[in-house]
Write a protein that binds this ligand. Structure first.
Ligand SMILES: [Zn+2]
Length: 124
């Protein structure tokens, strides 16, 4: 599916997403690299039934997605600014030999969220 970008707020029609405007100012000032962007939120996942996924071989590819949101600086509406189609490959979860302690579990929960049994979300 084709990737989409939405520049206009769906509520008021303004083209002033808050974080993208700040990112542009930082780029113009040369404080961040040209390709850098900031979003309110960025989520990714797969579009596939979990029971079918369970029987697929390691390395099998299924459709995935990413979407990014921003806040309209005119009316405060939170909306999707970018929708990206991806391909996810089924991979093996690393085997946990020793149960993590509480601090380690918190670090893993904070830093390492990926959909179950999936890593390597491919960039298109
Ligand atoms: Zn708006």
């Amino acid at each position: 599916m084709e990737d989409k970008e939405f520049s206009k707020c769906p509520a008021c029609g303004a083209e002033s997403p808050y974080f993208q405007m700040i990112a542009e100012e930082l780029k113009e000032a040369g404080r961040v690299p040209d390709g850098w962007n900031f979003y309110l939120d960025k989520k990714q996942g797969i579009v596939f039934p979990p029971d079918r996924l369970a029987v697929l071989p390691i390395g099998a590819e299924v459709p995935g997605f990413q979407f990014m949101t921003d806040i309209c600086s005119e009316c405060g509406c939170i909306y999707c600014v970018k929708l990206v189609s991806t391909v996810a490959k089924k991979s093996i979860q690393p085997v946990q030999v020793v149960p993590p302690n509480r601090a380690e579990r918190r670090r893993i929960e904070r830093e390492c969220y990926t959909p179950p049994n999936f890593g390597n979300i491919g960039e298109n």
